[in-house]
Design a protein around this ligand. Structure first.
Ligand code: PRT
Ligand code: ZN
Length: 215
């Protein structure tokens, strides 16, 4: 189905949802929101929102289901490493959702430099970002892929260390873990596919971009 309305993919629920909506709101977009709706229409601009899992946002933008997406740079980077054919660009950093992808280990882990990671088991949900970092450092380590509760992996004996998102660091501290190094700094970003937008959507896009620069 073709539409002249600009469609933006936004996280349905989670850490980026409220601030994504608040940003669009400050850009003047009024949204008719109904509970559990996956698709919401803008009332005063030809812009619609699709509420989805954050991990699906790069694919939805790449596949032209959505014109734009708001997603964490960590998720974007992981997907770009996973799908070499994805051509996506960051249009603007949005100033919220700040966090870091860090390597962390139990406080007793002896760490002088990165070569101490050689041959270790590292639990993560960011396996491609981690693998790329290990390759750059010319290090071999075993990656244990987990979807969540990464911080508990060392205590369970599943891994020697972890590679996970950190914002305040409280979760690491609560699990007796300390940061060894930061691999990636992340925040929420507005993304678009590296192709021209349909001409009938251009003026809405330009209006949104002007307002984004002004907020
Ligand atoms: O359901 P869906 O798949 O959409 O959401 P999700 O569960 O995958 O993601 P969500 O909502 O947890 O996070 C969305 C995005 O928020 C992430 O991809 C990051 O870009 C960003 N973000 C910012 C964070 C954090 N800060 C953060 N602190 N994502 C996760 N965390 C975790 C952290 O790993 C730790 O376990 O929150 C916990 C608390 O962190 P500390 O350091 O403050 O204790
Ligand atoms: Zn997710």
């Amino acid at each position: 189905m073709t539409t002249t309305r600009l469609r933006i993919a936004v996280q349905k629920s989670g850490r980026l949802h409220d601030e994504s909506l608040s940003l669009l709101n400050r850009c003047g977009l009024k949204i008719r929101t109904s509970k559990n709706a996956l698709f919401c229409q803008g009332e005063n601009l030809p812009i619609d929102l699709l509420y989805v899992r954050d991990d699906d946002i790069p694919t939805l933008v790449m596949d032209n289901v959505c014109d734009l997406g708001i997603v964490g740079e960590n998720v974007l980077q992981e997907q770009l490493y996973t799908h070499n054919e994805f051509k996506l660009e960051i249009i603007q950093s949005l100033g919220f959702g700040h966090c870091k992808v860090c390597l962390a280990a139990p406080k007793e882990f002896l760490f002088n430099n990165l070569s101490d990671l050689a041959g270790k088991k590292i639990a993560t949900s960011h396996s491609k970002i981690l693998q790329n970092f290990l390759n750059q450092q010319q290090l071999y380590a075993e990656i244990i892929e987990l979807c969540g509760s990464i911080e508990i992996a060392p205590r369970l004996g599943l891994a020697d260390l972890i590679c996970d998102l950190v914002s305040t660091g409280e979760t690491l501290a609560a699990n007796n873990l300390q940061i060894l190094t930061t691999i990636l700094s992340s925040q929420a970003v507005l993304i678009k596919a590296e192709r021209n937008l349909a001409t009938e959507k251009l003026s809405t896009y330009q209006t949104l971009m002007q307002r984004l620069h002004g907020v």
